[in-house]
Design a protein around this ligand. Structure first.
Ligand code: ACO
Length: 311
């Protein structure tokens, strides 16, 4: 029977069909998905902090309303993703505890500070732009609930990206000080955004397996290249300079050549030693503790509602 189910699973993957929660799946496939989906969910939740930092200081009421809605969208993404992970047999509590106790990761990018309003623009353009490049292929991931969650998330991320780009466009066509602020944010966010795609393919531990299972559809380096190629014309329209003197079109490859991010820095940040890791985790732990009464009240309410139904 073991061979039968494995053969069935292999055929589903081969035929580009979806694996659903009640289907048989190899343990490693399940574990790999929980790891990636949980990290992804944690990233959405921690990712609320750098931008949340600017809600009370947005330059106009309209910008404030937009940013508020955007940060709320990120909370929603976290919740869809925790729900997708739950279909694999883990609970949201277990995953949240794993984040809080530092046993699971979240994206490196959210350990960098948002120093100016232009950083809100750069996050939308570059960070959400990188997220889209990475996540659109995940809409075709072999695990049904993850793939379906990604469809809505990607639609919202495209709106986020445009709002960030529009902020930078306004600044880069504004006063010389505003332009300088936009350039400075691009200078600081460029390489951390390239690093979001993960280590180079030669050092990526999970890519081969994930690609075999059609969880990942493209390698880290392929997506990084796609992102660079996408950003170059967009930077031109902004009139800003990507901080890479070696960035140039390579006719033979049909892609831009570019300087790789500092992967040693990526590994340091992932290991906890980035500019804001301690602050991000402290904030999340505090928010979790302060929300304990809400969780208790909700559980109590659910229990009462269930016993009323029985009666
Ligand atoms: N930040 C933190 N950790 C990272 C990053 C990063 N930018 N890139 C790689 N890693 C970690 C991996 O999680 C893995 O560690 P682990 O074994 O403890 O899980 C290790 O570095 C080696 O990397 P890979 O083998 O290449 O890992 P993987 O195949 O999972 O690829 C990637 C990494 C591309 C991030 C993949 O997990 C993915 O596509 N995830 C879904 C998208 C996502 O999580 N985006 C979050 C940011 S987007 C946003 O929230 C706006």
């Amino acid at each position: 029977r073991g061979d039968d189910v494995q053969a069935w699973f292999d055929a589903v993957i081969e035929a580009d069909q979806k694996v659903e929660p009640r289907d048989w799946m190899p343990d490693d496939y399940r574990k790999g998905l929980v790891r990636q989906i949980a990290q992804h969910a944690h990233s959405e939740i921690i990712g609320m902090q750098p931008e949340g930092n600017w809600i009370s200081r947005a330059p106009t009421l309209k910008r404030k309303a937009i940013l508020l809605a955007k940060v709320q969208d990120e909370a929603g993404h976290g919740l869809y993703l925790y729900a997708a992970a739950e279909t694999l047999g883990v609970t949201r509590e277990e995953l949240v505890d794993a984040l809080i106790e530092g046993r699971q990761k979240y994206s490196s990018i959210f350990n960098y500070p948002t120093l100016t309003w232009a950083d809100v623009g750069a996050i939308g353009w570059l960070v959400d732009g990188a997220a889209i490049v990475n996540q659109v292929p995940l809409c075709r991931c072999s695990y049904g609930p993850y793939a379906r969650a990604m469809i809505r998330i990607c639609k919202e991320e495209s709106f986020h990206q445009r709002q960030g780009y529009e902020i930078l466009h306004t600044l880069s066509h504004g006063t010389p000080e505003q332009r300088a602020m936009a350039q400075d944010s691009l200078d600081r966010w460029w390489y951390p955004s390239l690093a979001m795609f993960g280590p180079p393919d030669t050092q990526s531990t999970h890519s081969a397996k994930s690609m075999g299972w059609k969880i990942k559809r493209h390698s880290n380096d392929e997506l990084r290249q796609r992102f660079v190629d996408m950003c170059v014309p967009q930077a031109k329209v902004l009139g800003l300079t990507i901080p890479d003197p070696d960035l140039r079109w390579n006719d033979e490859r049909g892609h831009h050549d570019f300087t790789e991010p500092d992967y040693a820095e990526l590994m340091r940040v992932v290991a906890g030693d980035g500019p804001c890791n301690a602050e991000r985790m402290a904030h999340r732990r505090r928010a979790h503790d302060e929300g304990a009464w809400v969780r208790e009240a909700a559980a109590e309410y659910a229990e009462k509602a269930a016993s009323r139904k029985k009666a």
